[in-house]
Design a protein around this ligand. Structure first.
Ligand SMILES: C[S@@+](CC[C@H](N)C(=O)[O-])C[C@H]1O[C@@H](n2cnc3c(N)ncnc32)[C@H](O)[C@@H]1O
Length: 290
């Protein structure tokens, strides 16, 4: 008998949680949910819905170069290379370059995806050519709270190059992790870096090296959490193990249906400033040519 008090009522979750719809997110009409969520291999909500959003916000052109930062298993890298004909350097800390190389080859895209495993806080290999764009799906909070890191990212971009982040966040800024979110099976470190869209806008602007063009809550950013719970539940057959393992998250999502803050997502687009933009005549980044 299961005694974990976090075990939740599957029927209640299934009847009250909402799904993302193709009417509001057309990518869902193009691909099955298994494709959108990479057969459950996505490491956070959103999957192709977020990858598609960053691609559209960047208006990528064939032949451009993209750094996919914190790409996990590389789904967003494959999607962007296939959809826009861009070349992608896919960078991740935990997932090996070999795993992503195999995935790129299986998609027939080995020639345009360069996987690299490493910690962006230690920098990319010296001599890496600058990129037209940096995308970061569901990973920016793990390193992007550092002002120095944000400034470093600008050095990886061509002048006028853009950074686009799609990311889980709280709907409101909180000084500490709100009480209902404290029991999170190890997700505390992530919640501690979850901020509101307004916080991220101010943070990236304050770097002085980016002009933030857009930073707001993602359309259906809260529903995205609910849809993720439903998708994973459907895959698991709503078994007791899934309800126990993910019960904490279901409680958090349910809390947000009636209280604030709620879990949601944001989308940020920022363009690397040129000296002319900031009026100072120079970017204050050692070694970076305007
Ligand atoms: C929540 S997962 C998201 C992965 C993927 N984008 C997705 O949506 O499935 C966060 C990813 O960020 C990567 N990551 C965390 N810190 C990193 C760092 N300092 N440098 C590079 N990648 C990092 C982790 O390896 C992990 O795969």
């Amino acid at each position: 008998m299961i005694t974990d008090e976090r075990v939740v009522d599957a029927a209640q979750i299934q009847s009250t949680f909402r799904r993302l719809t193709p009417e509001r997110h057309p990518i869902l009409a193009q691909y099955t949910r298994d494709v959108v969520y990479d057969e459950g291999r996505c490491m956070a909500p959103g999957g192709l819905v977020l990858a598609d959003a960053v691609g559209r916000h960047l208006t990528l052109q064939p032949g451009q170069s993209v750094l996919d930062l914190g790409c996990g298993r590389g789904q967003s890298s494959i999607f962007l290379a296939a959809q826009y004909g861009v070349s992608v350097t896919s960078v991740d800390l935990w997932i090996t370059a070999d795993e992503r190389r195999r995935a790129a080859a299986a998609a027939g895209l080995a020639h345009c995806i360069t996987p690299w495993q490493g910690d962006i806080r230690r920098g990319l290999p010296p001599g890496t050519p600058p990129f037209d764009a940096i995308v970061c799906v569901q990973a920016f909070h793990t390193f992007g709270t550092s002002a120095a890191l944000v400034r470093y990212l600008a050095t990886l971009l061509k002048p006028g190059g853009a950074l686009c982040v799609a990311q889980g966040c709280f709907s409101d800024e909180c000084e500490a992790i709100p009480e209902p979110f404290r029991d999170s099976d190890g997700w505390q470190a992530d919640y501690a870096r979850y901020h509101s869209a307004a916080w991220w806008r101010a943070h990236v602007e304050a770097s002085g090296v980016f002009a933030v063009e857009a930073c707001a809550e993602f359309e259906d950013g809260d529903v995205m959490w609910e849809d993720d719970v439903l998708y994973r539940g459907d895959r698991a057959g709503w078994n007791a193990d899934y309800l126990s393992r993910a019960g904490w998250l279901m409680q958090h999502v349910r809390y947000g249906q009636t209280h604030r803050p709620r879990l949601t997502h944001l989308l940020l687009k920022a363009v690397r400033r040129t000296p002319a933009d900031d009026g100072s005549g120079a970017l204050d980044i050692p070694g970076v040519q305007p």
